[in-house]
Design a protein around this ligand. Structure first.
Ligand code: ASP
Length: 638
């Protein structure tokens, strides 16, 4: 479903997608004039440009035929909008009429003609060019269009697979044109802010490199040296730190990153970061820089953003929202009710509280009785069970204000009132309650909070303002977390180059699990859109983290460790996920909607059909042979 803005555009064509979309922030560098879309080409105007002021002018337009009507008129489209073209009806121009009325829709044409006012009553106020039409005099079919796999109209539904297969046609839609142009303008403003206002240097770093220990899985690229492979970097992390050692002082790059994370919804094996590193900076410095950067590059039509952004510790985020990327656009926070229920005789509650980190917590779903069906409640409980192995009970607030649940018999009047007060329960609210280990209970209730918000909204409640942008810093992460697959071992919560919190540095050597880090994440409406840290710049400390805590082979990083010994300055940085940021700004349901040529959910290019087979001969220089699974050998034979 296109967003309301796009619906407006569909009805009325695009507004001018030039500098007007992204105006400079007040007090910023002077804006260049409006871009000249007609320089170097024979067209005089774009299809979104003509107004009453142009009446009487001879114009030349280039575009695609969007609609045709009975040899009378057609609508021409380009990246900027739609213009109505009137076909000549007189005998002298019959060849032009025939040429244009026989051209299939989506053929690309040139028309030259005179701009005229539309006859009174035929103006279209919803269309920016709706006061005029162009009376065509000469025309040329530059290329005709064969039968299309789908219509180029944003409101026509088409499967994502088909859109991907014919991405170059999908790109003709106003929505994708808008998304790509907005993205380009935001990046332009970011470059301006970083380079012109703050002295950053745009440096390209290699994409053929070697494995970085810790973090995401990397793509391998074979080399001609037997058994040796390059890796595509998951980020320019090592290079940007080495640039600081090299005295570059302030680096940035619009960097392509690669992560072989298998198929995950709304992830791409290749994606783009605004990658930043600075010398002699602390956490507050990086945060100030990013707040300024976003404010400066923010599209004016999305409303102003206020800085500084609020901040929350990792522990608070987990306790209140059950996640390290809280969506703070709505309440329904997790409430600890352990102290209220401690005095009860409820067996499973007592059991949970007897363990270390045992807790009882709850969330209150406003108007849940009215907006949620029984099957919704059942599916919420089922989802806590299947995803988190966590039992959840529901408590309902009756019209008389009393509570109804399997638990209420076991609770005294006073405990019930305390519960109502703690969760601010109103008539018709539903409380979801869970008892168990702190992190598991929080994660389960955090996930139910989001699921129930979706259910409430699907049933008609307005909970999250779709035009609101809530930024949030999450700070004071633990430096290390137990590995999911083997909790006895530790892995970096961010990456192995992150410095410990200065207050906790000594704990690094005695109890690394207790060390907080100088890692910060930026969250927007419940999505992580950036993350970074102040780095370790002391070689010994870096070696200790790699070898003793993470049990990694530090040899792989010997170049970086050595570099830290040659007067490496203190430094820190951050990377913003550009695709996610833009998709949130334009309200796109997927990051694929802001990437020109995205990969499918399974990491495939459905247009060019990549990845693809290569012949054994092509593999030979790389000393590689494919060992085919039997099923695929059979499939290839057929
Ligand atoms: N390289 C890091 C990442 O991709 C960001 C950073 O620490 O600057 O998450």
């Amino acid at each position: 479903m296109p967003c309301p803005r796009v619906l407006r555009l569909l009805r009325g064509g695009l507004p001018r997608l030039g500098w007007e979309l992204v105006r400079p922030a007040r007090g910023s560098a002077s804006a260049p004039g409006a871009a000249d879309f007609n320089s170097f080409v024979a067209r005089t105007n774009t299809c979104g440009e003509l107004r009453s002021a142009h009446v009487g002018q001879e114009v030349t337009l280039y575009g695609w035929i969007q609609y045709q009507r009975q040899g009378l008129f057609l609508v021409l489209r380009d990246f900027q909008g739609l213009t109505q073209i009137i076909l000549p009806q007189d005998e002298a121009h019959s060849h032009v009429r025939k040429l244009l009325s026989n051209a299939p829709v989506e053929s690309v044409v040139r028309v030259t003609g005179i701009v005229s006012s539309r006859p009174p009553g035929q103006e279209n106020p919803k269309m920016p060019t709706g006061d005029i039409e162009v009376k065509v005099e000469t025309a040329e079919i530059l290329n005709s269009c064969k039968k299309l796999p789908f219509e180029i109209k944003d409101f026509i539904k088409k499967s994502e697979a088909l859109r991907m297969q014919y991405r170059y046609l999908d790109l003709r839609s106003f929505q994708l044109q808008y998304n790509l142009r907005l993205r380009s303008q935001i990046v332009m403003r970011m470059r301006e802010y970083l380079c012109n206002l703050h002295g950053f240097v745009d440096v390209e770093t290699p994409t053929l490199f070697k494995r970085t220990p810790g973090g995401a899985k990397e793509f391998l690229v074979p080399s001609r040296e037997a058994g040796k492979f390059y890796s595509l970097p998951q980020s320019p992390q090592q290079f940007k730190q080495l640039l600081m050692v090299g005295g570059v002082d302030r680096y940035f790059q619009v960097a392509r990153c690669y992560r072989d994370e298998g198929s995950r919804p709304d992830r791409q094996p290749e994606f783009t970061q605004i990658d930043i590193e600075m010398s002699f900076v602390d956490q507050a410095g990086i945060q100030g820089l990013i707040e300024g950067l976003l404010q400066y590059s923010w599209p004016q039509e999305r409303g102003a953003i206020t800085t500084p952004f609020p901040s929350m510790t990792y522990e608070e985020a987990l306790a209140d929202y059950g996640t390290d990327k809280p969506d703070t656009r709505f309440g329904m926070k997790i409430v600890d009710i352990s102290d209220i229920l401690r005095r009860s005789d409820i067996q499973f509650v007592q059991n949970a509280l007897s363990y270390p980190h045992g807790t009882v917590k709850a969330i209150c779903i406003p108007q849940g009785v009215r907006y949620l069906k029984n099957k919704d409640l059942e599916s919420l409980k089922e989802s806590a069970k299947s995803q988190f192995n966590q039992e959840v009970m529901d408590v309902i607030c009756r019209p008389d204000g009393s509570l109804k649940s399997l638990l209420t018999k076991l609770l005294g009047k006073e405990q019930q009132s305390e519960l109502i007060r703690a969760l601010n329960v109103q008539v018709d609210d539903v409380v979801l309650l869970a008892a168990g280990e702190h992190k598991r209970v929080c994660s389960a209730l955090g996930s139910l909070r989001l699921e129930s918000a979706d259910l409430l909204e699907a049933a008609g409640m307005t909970l999250r303002d779709p035009t609101a942008f809530h930024f949030l810093w999450v700070v004071d992460f633990p430096l290390f977390l137990p590995k999911e697959e083997n909790p006895a071992e530790l892995e970096s919560a961010h990456h192995p180059f992150t410095a410990p919190h200065p207050v906790d540095t000594n704990l690094l050597y005695s109890d690394p699990t207790k060390v907080r880090s100088q890692h910060y994440d930026l969250v927007l409406n419940g999505n992580e859109i950036g993350g970074g840290s102040i780095r370790i710049h002391n070689a010994e400390q870096q070696r200790f983290v790699l070898e003793k805590v993470l049990k990694e082979d530090s040899e792989v990083l010997s170049h970086l460790l050595e570099a830290l010994e040659f007067g490496a300055p203190p430094h820190g940085g951050i990377a913003l996920g550009l695709d996610r940021l833009i998709s949130l700004i334009v309200g796109a349901p997927s990051i694929r909607d802001v990437i020109a040529f995205p990969k499918s959910f399974r990491g495939r290019d459905l247009m060019g059909n990549a990845p693809d087979y290569v012949t054994p001969e092509e593999l030979e220089p790389y000393h590689i042979q494919v060992s085919w699974p039997v099923a695929e050998t059979e499939a290839k034979k057929n």
